[in-house]
Ligand binder design. Structure first.
Ligand SMILES: NC(=O)c1ccc[n+]([C@@H]2O[C@H](COP(=O)([O-])OP(=O)(O)OC[C@H]3O[C@@H](n4cnc5c(N)ncnc54)[C@H](OP(=O)(O)O)[C@@H]3O)[C@@H](O)[C@H]2O)c1
Length: 503
């Protein structure tokens, strides 16, 4: 995978600070021209074409402290997409915000200007200065961006290889887009193809065989930290009974725990968990009793969508210490992003705090197995990537088809007009006029039939596709259609004008 100049490697290594500065210099110059209103005369613009890009950070490149500032709650995804597509150089957008990543996928009308706009948007949203943010951001373009999404969806980029929640989250991005007016043709198709890739990888390889999840890793970590002899007798408290809470309860039961107290705002979800899990006693306590419940617990798992911490240093200090048999420390295992347990709780002598980043300790173990399984999946990802790229390439011919048709129609209409004027309108009956018009249309349609046939392909045969694209470029040259540039310029112009009227 090609890492984009000036950004960190999506897998987390080798930052390229020198190049970073050079690319930002370039983008800033463009921005200045934009405000001087010479946007459309920049030579750089004309050479560009719209690109798919992903800009973001993940568990591999940024700590939870930073990820939580950028996290976008699911109900706010449509608003974030609307804000992003309102930017001058962003045409389509989707936000994939999970506990492990915050990634923005876009179709950018100009990639360097588009990136600059997105990075500024992220900085404004999170309050993190651009200089700090870019130390952790990765950026990939075109097929690298698509491949990355397919890998993410397949669970290859997850902390826990092959875990299933990420596929559900990718599906949720598509669903959320459908409910709020669409993600745009390219991004929508890319996400749907990513779902196909994710499903195929899971069904055609053994990647998810024995795969753990964030929730099972959290349980594993807690049990690792407890004295072996006390694992089953430790008093377990779970705060949050959503998807993650349910899974934590399930894994605790699978490990042989006989009782768990669940604190949740509403009782219904806890009742549903109790209904589902007969092997473990489940005691419900309402949120207002959370601190009393914590005082009676040795291990506290937190997995709620609360935007602010539920446990601060003061809360943890006020809790009584746990028994010496358990090492005298209360364990907080927090898998929420934003975190439910403040970092300073770890300053409390009788408390230990673990967050999602600490789960690496549990999942790092089987590295060789990870690499082998990931290699099996890459073949499928490459196949799906080829299919998507072929579809996207085939889409490129649409503007040429439209332009060629409208060019031919303009020529036809003007020649028809001249002809009718020469004959004299009064000399012709209605029927004759109609026949002449039909003749002109017939000739144009017959002449266009061949070229248009050569611009159409279903994108599944790469040889035909290459030919189609060659034909497209030839027609653009022959008829001076220059579609790519014209269409892109028009789109940017419309956006700039819209924004000017809004201001
Ligand atoms: N889904 C994943 O794959 C995944 C993986 C790892 C970590 N996480 C993190 O785990 C957390 C929970 O995710 P989820 O998928 O389980 O979400 P979810 O299914 O939407 O459940 C949200 C839970 O949070 C509770 N909640 C919401 N707002 C609250 C507030 N202000 N105060 C107290 N409780 C509140 C809800 O209580 P009610 O039932 O009363 O509404 C519910 O129990 C999130 O921080 C997420 O980032 C998720």
């Amino acid at each position: 995978m090609m890492q984009q100049e000036g950004f960190v490697n999506p897998k987390g290594a080798n930052r390229m600070c020198k190049l970073q500065r050079s690319i930002y210099g370039l983008v800033q110059v463009s921005q200045r021209h934009a405000s001087d209103n010479v946007l459309f005369s920049l030579p750089g613009y004309m050479k560009e074409k719209s690109s798919i890009a992903v800009i973001g950070l993940s568990i591999h490149t940024a700590p939870v402290e930073m990820r939580e500032k950028l996290a976008v709650a699911e109900e706010l995804w449509p608003r974030a997409v609307a804000e992003l597509t309102n930017l001058n150089h962003i045409e389509e957008a989707a936000v994939l915000s999970t506990c492990n990543r915050m990634e923005i996928y876009v179709v950018a009308l100009s990639w360097n200007r588009g990136i600059r706009e997105i990075v500024d948007w992220m900085s404004k949203k999170s309050g993190i200065p651009v200089s700090e943010l870019r130390e952790h951001l990765f950026m990939l373009r075109d097929s690298d961006a698509t491949r990355h999404l397919f890998e993410v969806s397949s669970g290859l980029d997850s902390l826990v290889l092959g875990e299933g929640q990420i596929l559900a989250q990718v599906k949720q991005v598509v669903r959320s887009g459908q409910n709020s007016g669409g993600l745009g043709k390219n991004i929508d198709r890319m996400f749907k193809d990513a779902i196909t890739a994710g499903k195929r990888v899971r069904s055609e390889t053994n990647i998810s065989c024995g795969a753990v999840s964030v929730s099972s890793a959290a349980v594993e970590l807690a049990l690792m930290k407890l004295p072996k002899s006390e694992c089953l007798s430790a008093r377990m408290l779970l705060i949050g009974a959503g998807k993650m809470g349910r899974l934590v309860a399930k894994h605790l039961a699978a490990k042989g725990c006989k009782k768990v107290v669940i604190v949740n705002r509403s009782v219904e979800r806890v009742d549903a968990i109790r209904e589902e899990m007969k092997d473990i006693e489940i005691v419900y306590r309402p949120l207002k009793e959370m601190y009393e419940a914590a005082a009676d617990a040795d291990v506290v798992f937190t997995s709620t969508s609360s935007e602010s911490p539920l446990f601060t240093k003061e809360h943890a200090e006020a809790l009584p210490p746990v028994s010496c048999a358990l090492g005298g420390v209360r364990l907080f295992v927090d898998i929420s992003v934003p975190r439910n347990v403040s970092a300073c709780v770890s300053d409390v002598g009788h408390a230990r705090v673990y967050n999602v980043d600490d789960l690496k300790e549990v999942v790092e173990a089987n590295k060789e197995d990870r690499i082998r399984k990931a290699m099996e999946a890459q073949t499928i990802i490459s196949e799906e990537l080829k299919r998507f790229e072929a579809w996207r390439d085939s889409m490129e011919t649409v503007p040429t088809i439209k332009k060629l048709r409208s060019y031919a129609d303009r020529v036809r209409a003007s020649e028809l007009d001249k002809c009718l004027q020469k004959i004299g309108e009064d000399a012709l009956t209605k029927k004759m006029k109609k026949s002449i018009e039909q003749l002109s249309t017939g000739i144009v349609n017959r002449l266009l039939h061949g070229p248009l046939q050569h611009l159409r392909c279903d994108g599944t045969d790469s040889r035909t596709l290459d030919e189609t694209l060659e034909n497209m470029h030839a027609l653009n040259r022959m008829f001076g259609l220059d579609t790519e540039k014209a269409v892109m310029e028009q789109k940017i112009k419309t956006k700039v004008e819209k924004q000017q009227t809004q201001n």
